[in-house]
Write a protein that binds this ligand. Structure first.
Ligand code: MG
Length: 389
């Protein structure tokens, strides 16, 4: 784990990967307010959204990972300045020395940039789940060489703040809170026929497509348990999940002496984003002071019968090797099929479990091997989906 007592690294500017996404845009808002120079913007595709950001940040270098040849030349012409293209250019931008790198890339494509940022000794604000879930061992190895990782997911940011460099023997367990999603309190058989529209109604956080479905199945919490396992080097038996519908307590730490520390605050991603950008310092956020008066905090145990995907994440973490990567990849395929109306809601965890079982014992030691097992898991999951349909 990163030592929170370390002195503030010298930083010349911010690089935002996944700049047009939700985390990317909020990062740019926060950085602009804090006066942090924007040094680079990277996005998956050439788009009007990226052009707009390029116009707002005229000194930022531009990188686009994908796009056809003609889309690329059109984009460069309209942008009116040189643009670098390709996934290697994204990783190269993450490695510009003296940068804070916000990795808001969605999917396993984010892993190579995470590693590039850390090997360059940069400060990495990490919002890319796959880096830790699929590439946990690689990230741990990179961190041992240098660089600073500050998690941006609200629960892990809360844990990073609560742990604050405390020695491991002081800590009994980490507790992640879960809102329970839109189907909290429902029984398994009631969820057979739910639609993507129903699943997209998240009660407290406003997010994108897959993550909202993952919140409804509790896969998102499963991924977060796997992330915490890597990030804080805590074994799976000492990571707990508690359902907390108000989402005001973001995480807790159970100390060895029985004391519980809780992180409470706004359900606003700009708070953990700002923490990553200012770490190890703090700055005013301009948010209204959080008022506890009149608030009620409820806690309940997760319903493992209705939401079996959470227990599957614990199984993935205990089996280790490439199984967490397979859990993630199979879920992505199953959620896509659910969106297409090809797969029922309750079949999502079934696809994950079947894929994990099919590829039991899989290992991945290098970036190429991680990407290969990720691709293989997608193929297996897709054939499982085809078998169910
Ligand atoms: Mg979260």
């Amino acid at each position: 784990m990163t030592d929170p007592q370390a002195p503030a690294p010298a930083v010349d500017g911010l690089v935002v990967l996944g700049a047009t996404g939700s985390v990317g845009r909020q990062t740019l808002d926060v950085a602009t307010r804090l006066g942090i120079p924007i040094r680079g913007l990277a996005a998956r595709r050439p788009s009007a959204g990226l052009l707009e950001l390029a116009g707002a940040h005229p000194d930022a270098a531009l990188v686009v990972a994908g796009g056809s040849g003609s889309e690329r030349s059109d984009f460069e012409q309209v942008a009116g300045r040189p643009v670098s293209f390709g996934t290697d250019a994204v990783a190269a931008m993450a490695a510009i020395p003296g940068s804070i790198v916000m990795n808001g890339i969605v999917g396993s494509a984010g892993l190579s940039s995470t590693l590039a940022a850390l090997y360059a000794g940069n400060v990495l604000g990490l919002a890319n789940k796959e880096s830790l879930v699929a590439g946990g061992a690689l990230v741990t190895k990179a961190l041992a060489r240098g660089g600073t990782l500050v998690p941006v997911d609200s629960e892990h940011s809360a844990l990073h703040q609560l742990l604050a460099g405390r020695p491991q023997p002081d800590i009994d367990s980490l507790i992640l809170t879960a809102s329970g999603g839109p189907f909290r309190g429902r029984r398994l058989e009631e969820l057979d026929d739910v639609t993507p529209e129903q699943a997209l109604k998240h009660p407290t956080w406003h997010m994108g497509g897959r993550i909202t479905i993952d919140s409804a199945t509790l896969v998102n919490k499963g991924l977060e348990v796997l992330e915490a396992h890597v990030l804080f080097a805590i074994d799976m038996d000492h990571i707990e999940v508690v359902v907390h519908p108000q989402s005001l307590v973001h995480a807790l730490v159970r100390m060895a002496d029985g004391a519980m520390l809780a992180h409470i605050g706004h359900t606003d991603m700009r708070v953990p984003i700002q923490y990553a950008l200012t770490y190890p310092n703090r700055a005013a956020s301009g948010l209204e002071p959080f008022d506890l008066v009149g608030r009620t905090l409820d806690f309940e145990a997760p319903d493992h019968e209705t939401f079996p995907a959470l227990a599957l994440a614990y199984r993935a973490g205990r089996e280790g090797g490439a199984i967490p990567a397979i859990y993630n990849a199979a879920d992505e395929v199953a959620v896509a099929a659910f969106f297409q109306g090809r797969l029922g809601f309750n079949a999502i965890p079934m696809i994950i479990e079947a894929t994990m079982t099919e590829l039991a014992g899989a290992e991945a030691a290098t970036l190429d091997e991680v990407l290969a097992i990720d691709a293989q898991a997608r193929t297996v999951a897709a054939s499982m989906v085809a078998g169910v349909c």
